[in-house]
Ligand binder design. Structure first.
Ligand code: NI
Length: 178
């Protein structure tokens, strides 16, 4: 396994439209393992293949909402979504303070459908269909945006987006000077 470099704004490769996965091969499963390692190391709760320069319709997610451990804390719950589709978004909207490993350390509230019915393949190529809600719904929609070259900052007003990108540039300059 390997930790992969994560593309960051304004890298134009983040704007590509990802291609469907034709077949879930061992190569894809190796990429999935690397993506989980990369996401856990970052750390993050979701990562699209597009963010590690592989423009295919694959994303991973772990909300840490697995069965509670001895201390009652949530455990890892790795989930893989290949060729995901949203079938029914709810009219009701939910708001989360979103962040993104490609827009490091910047956060903003984004409104999205609160519940979605989705369909996808897992790492064994098995089809699933389920209703996701709350953070899982937000995370899946955020990561699916990456497959279409869209970032969460695109959902903000022009003013909010430019403020956030200026903050990111300032943080980068300070880091480079440190
Ligand atoms: Ni993201």
């Amino acid at each position: 396994m390997a930790i992969l470099p994560i593309l960051e704004v304004p890298d134009p490769r983040l704007r590509r439209i990802s291609e469907p996965v034709a077949e879930v091969t061992d190569g894809i499963r190796a990429l999935i393992a690397d993506m989980f390692e990369t996401m856990y190391a970052a750390p993050g709760i979701g990562l699209a293949a597009a963010q590690v320069d592989r423009p295919i319709r694959l994303l991973v997610m772990d909300l840490g909402d697995g069965p509670p451990d001895a201390e009652g804390k949530g455990t890892r719950n790795p989930r893989v979504f290949i060729n995901p589709e949203i079938l029914e978004p709810s009219e009701e909207l939910g708001v989360y303070n979103e962040g993104c490993l490609s827009v490091p350390d910047q956060f903003a509230e984004v409104e999205r459908p609160a519940r979605i019915r989705a369909r996808w393949l897992d790492q064994d190529g098995v089809a699933h269909e389920a209703v996701l809600e709350g953070l899982a719904a937000t995370c899946l929609q955020h990561e699916m945006d990456h497959l279409n070259g869209i970032l969460f900052i695109d959902h903000l007003s022009r003013l909010k987006r430019s403020m956030l990108l200026r903050k990111l540039e300032k943080a980068r300059r300070e880091k480079a000077a440190a």
